[in-house]
Ligand binder design. Structure first.
Ligand code: ADE
Ligand code: ZN
Length: 350
């Protein structure tokens, strides 16, 4: 078995992806036509060619522009179904998907259309493909904390179908501590919590995420390596980091994948997982992220299995579900001739 087939077949998670960032250009064109939303591009190829970014903000400008094509409950259903279908084909067995309602409610889209469209598609994909998926509601850090709390109130009718809350958007100048009340309220209401930190922002933002927001997971977290004490704390507490290597490359967080901090993070004992973020914008789903890192950073097969196991361990899943996925991973590895993942050779037999 070649390495591509092996990685494709690993039962993987995708714990950091944005539904708004998962719209493939062909679907974007279809939705734009359906809703009579004008786009600056005439074809899917022209749109794909525009996916060249200088930094996070240049990406966010295009990403928010793309959000305009999502209007009706059917649109949210179609986008979620398309991502889960594609993720299943990629060998993902469990996905945790962000959506940021503020991009839609500000244009008058009812939150009910968004929630029902996404949640129905999750149920349908589970029935059709056996893939499990959970919903994370994210808020924008470049807006006010009061706006974030308003979203928290609006999602309460779906409290039991939303696993957690997160925060994305323009990081620099918007430290996590600005949202301390929002995160405290989210925790009090029983939501799991995560926050984008240390993508473009400094290590101090990752520290605030841990010490002020007390989040369960950090999204990205790359910059933590600049603060050795923080790295030690993260390693001790095993707070997972949802790393997105192809995103980091395309947004110029790193200039070359060979310079990506993933390997240093693993060597420091951090609980790192590999995720897709916004796959069509950044050129890859989870398998492509893993294979690109293997190539650039010379990861061993054992490293790849560790990363996939970390993803299952970091998922916001009930213990029995987590155990089922860990058992599936062990069986898959054993079926390929590796009974003991920790003694794997770095080269696969043919
Ligand atoms: N929203 C979607 N992708 C994001 C990213 N990489 N960083 C911050 N916010 C985002
Ligand atoms: Zn993200």
């Amino acid at each position: 078995m070649d390495i591509e087939t092996f990685v494709h077949g690993l039962p993987k998670t995708d714990l950091h992806m944005h539904l708004e960032g998962s719209i493939e250009p062909e679907l974007m064109m279809t939705l734009a036509r359906r809703n009579c939303v004008p786009l600056r591009w005439d074809t899917a190829d022209a749109l794909r060619a525009a996916y060249r970014f200088e930094d996070l903000q240049s990406f966010l400008d295009l990403y928010f522009e793309g959000c305009r094509v999502l209007v009706t409950q059917a649109d949210f259903h179609d986008v979620t179904r398309a991502y889960l279908h594609r993720a299943h084909a990629d060998g993902v067995v469990h996905a945790e998907m962000f959506i940021g309602p503020q991009s839609f409610t500000e244009r008058g889209v009812p939150i009910k259309a968004l929630m029902n469209g996404v949640l129905d598609a999750i149920t349908d994909a589970q029935a059709a493909h056996g893939i499990s998926a959970s919903l994370l509601i994210s808020v924008h850090r470049h807006r006010s904390e009061a706006d974030a709390i308003a979203i928290l109130d609006q999602i309460m009718p779906w409290r039991d179908q939303v696993v957690g809350v997160g925060m994305g958007g323009a990081e620099r100048g918007n430290p996590p501590s600005r949202f301390a009340n929002f995160y405290r309220m989210a925790r009090e209401r029983g939501f799991r919590t995560c926050v984008h930190a240390g993508e473009e922002g400094p290590a101090a933002y990752v520290r605030e995420a841990v010490e002020v927001l007390a989040v369960d997971r950090i999204d990205h977290g790359n910059a933590c390596l600049d603060d050795p004490d923080l790295v030690a704390d993260l390693a001790d507490s095993r707070i997972p980091l949802t790393v997105c290597p192809l995103s980091n490359l395309r947004l110029k967080v790193v200039t070359d994948l060979k310079q990506h901090p993933l390997k240093a993070m693993m060597a420091a004992g951090l609980h790192v997982t590999i995720n897709s973020d916004d796959p069509p914008y950044f050129g890859g789903y989870v398998t492509e992220n893993l294979l690109a890192c293997r190539e650039a950073l010379d990861l061993s097969v054992e490293d790849l299995i560790d990363l996939v196991r970390n993803g299952i361990e970091a998922a916001f899943l009930a213990p029995d579900e987590r155990l089922r996925l860990l058992t599936d991973l062990t069986h898959y590895v054993a079926r390929q001739g590796y009974a003991e993942p920790h003694t794997l050779p770095s080269v696969l037999p043919g």
